[in-house]
Ligand binder design. Structure first.
Ligand SMILES: [Zn+2]
Length: 88
């Protein structure tokens, strides 16, 4: 569980360094860990991944965030899909 934020940081760093594939490997690892240990990821962590392609989402870099009807609408530029998230 403590490892998840660390992996998340690595994923972001890898992405910012231009290594999208490595970032994807890290974000899949987070997903794998949470499944294997039956952990519920904190919402703050969950929001940082695309639901469809599990890419790490960095606002202004590979995703656009809007609010609509009290919900967060995240548009992933990797897979061009929308994810709706509750603000609460
Ligand atoms: Zn995506």
């Amino acid at each position: 569980m403590q490892r998840i934020p660390q992996i998340l940081e690595k994923a972001k760093k890898a992405y910012k360094a231009g290594n999208k594939r490595l970032a994807l490997v890290y974000s899949k690892k987070v997903r794998h860990l949470s499944n294997r240990h039956k952990l519920r990821l904190p919402i703050a962590v969950k929001r940082q991944f695309c639901r469809h392609c599990s890419h790490v989402l960095i606002p202004g870099v590979n995703c656009r965030i809007r609010t609509r009807e009290g919900k967060l609408v995240v548009y992933c530029l990797e897979c061009r899909k929308f994810s709706k998230m509750s603000l609460r």
